[in-house]
Design a protein. Sequence first.
Length: 461
Amino acid sequence: MGFESNNNCMSNWFEFASYCYYFQTANDGVGKIWEHSYLNCLEKGGNLLSIDDEKENAFILNILKNHSMNKENYWIGLTDRWYNSWFLWSDNTYSQYIHTKFNGLFYDIKLERCVRISKLYWEIKNCKSLNGFICKSKKATNNKCTEGWTTYKKHCYFIRSLKEFFGYNWYESFSSCQSKGGNLLSIENQEENRFIQNSLIKDNGDYWIGLNKLWNNRRFVWSDNTYTQFFNWIGSQPDNVDGIENCVEMNSNGWGDKECNTLNGFICKVKRGNLDYVNHKDKIILTQGFLFATLKVLKKEYTISFNLKPMAYSKGLKSVFQIISSKNSQGYSKKTLAVSFHEDGSGRLVINAAVSGNSKYSVDTDRLILGQWSSIKIYQWLFCSKYFFSVDINGVNIHQVENSLTADFNDIQVYVSNLWNDAHNGSIFDFLIINGKANILSSVVLRVYLCIGELIAFQTY
C-alpha cells in the first residue's frame, strides 16, 4: 500500500501502515498541556502518538519536514506521570524503541515527566508546558480507492478519456489496466451499468471494456473471467462488420463491437484493496529510513520513474530510494533496486539492480545539475521474448542491457531513502512504480522495436 494523505483516514489525517495520524501545531497560542492533548486525542478516537520502530519515526519526521511543521514541538504519549520514573506509552503500547537523540532522559526533576518531539530530538519536559501534539488512531478498515480512482460498492474504477491522450487499442488498454493491478471493465448488472454511464463517463467518447471474443470466436466473454448474462448492446449491435470486430467498446448510450486496433479511451476495474502500485504526484523530501510504500509484488516487467532535484553534493554514499523484497526468487539479494548519489561527491547517480544473476549490477550516470529537476526512468520491459533493463535520464536512454535471469520480487518495501545510508539533500516528485509498461513517452525520443528472428533492431526518431 502506498503513502497517501487522507486515503483511508479522516480529513486532515495522514496514513502510514495500519494507522492514521493527526498533527496539531502550537501556532497562534493554541498549544496545550500534555493532559489536554491526551484528552483531545481520545475525543478524536485515538491516543497520543506511540512510536513502534525507526520506520514509524522516519514517517513522523518526514511529515514534519514536508508540511512546514519542522519548527514546532509536539507532545507524544510517552510519560511517567502514572508510574514515577517509569516511562510508558499512554495507549499501553509495549515498545522498546527510543530515539537516539533523547534529551534529559536521566533528569531527576519531578515535574519533567512528559515527552515532546521535534524534527531533531525527543525531550522530557514539564507536562504543564504548552506544545502541539500528535494523535494516532487505528486506520478504518473500509478500503477506499486510491487517487484517480472512483469508488462504487466493492470496486474501484479508473477511466481515461480521449480528451487526455491519443487513445489505446484494446490490447494496450488491457495491459494498462493489468499494470495497475486490475482489469478492463466488466459489468455485472443494470445497476452497475447505470453507474458507469451516468456517473463515470462524462463525455460522448468511446471506451474499451473487457468484453471480447479474441480467445473464443463463438461468443463474447469478459477478460477478468466474470460470468454474467447482462448485456447492453446498442440497436443492431453486435454486427461484426467484415468479421473482424472482436472487441467491445461502450459509451453513454450502450455497447458496440469494434475492431480491436481502434484507438479509444478505456475503463479499468479492481476490487477495493487490490490496487498495487505507487503514483505520488507531490514533492517528497528525502528522509533516511522513510518507508514510503509497500507493494505485493514487483514483476519481471516494471516501470519506475520520478523527478529528482539535488540541492548539495558531499562525499559518502547518499541514498535517494531503495526497494527491498522480503521474499524473492533466483537467489537475488533482498536489496532489489537502489538509486544513490556516488560516494565521491561528484553528483553522479549510481543505480543498482538485479540483472542476469548479478544482484550488484550498477549503472553510473553523468552529473546531475544542482538545484534543477532531472527526470529519471528505470524500467525492465519485455521485447521479442527477451527482457531488457534500461535507464533514461531526461528522456534520453543512457543504458540498456538484456537481463537473462529475471524474477518476480514479492513483499516489496519502498524506502525514500534507505535505513543504513545518509539521505541525499534533495527531493523527488511525480513518483511512479508500476508493473508492466507505463506507456510514458519521452518528450523527444520515440523508440521503435522490430523483432527479426533473434535480432532486435532499434530505430530512434
